[in-house]
Design a protein around this ligand. Structure first.
Ligand SMILES: [Zn+2]
Length: 184
């Protein structure tokens, strides 16, 4: 059994199943591993390979290996079931914003970011984000759980870079910028 465990990509069996995470695939609530659909397919394949290996090593009436084979076969079924459930679950599609408005606040030296949605607004979707006007805090937002905040963060980064470039050329940098849906 040791070789089998080591050959799997993850040692956690994800025994609680995998939950869909908006915009970033599937997550095991035990080990926090995140997998996309291909990752889940590989995870199923790992179990199939382990089962086939057990199948090949069985000779005659090897009782122990039969138990191992049974266990591995059950693991294949369990993982396939998880995969089928994920495939058949309705896709959680994040509503895209209609417009993102970024304004520079000179007093706070920060960007005020407003995210506008067409009705209905996604549940829990943030409408306002304030970010310090520095590259590091902007990049930190890239790992925000809300995909639209990550999108806004990309736009803030773009706007920040433009303002820096203009300032270096002694041009007055713009104080606000609107990104419409076709630019998002
Ligand atoms: Zn896990």
């Amino acid at each position: 059994m040791r070789g089998y465990m080591e050959s799997t990509r993850e040692n956690c069996p994800h025994s609680g199943g995998l939950q869909a995470v908006v915009g970033s695939g599937f997550r095991c609530s035990v080990c926090e591993t995140r997998l996309d659909l291909e990752g889940v397919e590989r995870w199923v394949r790992d179990a199939e390979i382990a089962r086939d290996e057990a199948h090949l090593t069985i000779e005659g009436d090897d009782e122990f290996m039969r138990i191992v084979l049974d266990e591995r076969q059950r693991e294949v079924y369990r993982r396939r079931k998880v995969l089928y459930e994920l495939r058949s679950a309705p896709r959680v599609v994040a509503t895209r914003p209609e417009m993102i408005l970024i304004s520079y606040d000179a007093v706070e030296d920060s960007y005020e970011c407003r995210i506008f949605y067409k009705e209905p607004r996604p549940a829990g979707g943030l409408e306002r984000v304030s970010i310090e006007a520095d590259l590091e805090p902007i990049l930190e937002l890239r790992s925000h759980p809300d995909p639209n905040v990550r999108l806004a963060c990309d736009k803030v980064e773009e706007f920040h870079a433009l303002r820096r470039r203009l300032a270096e050329q002694d041009n007055p940098p713009p104080l606000r910028r609107v990104f419409y849906q076709n630019e998002l």
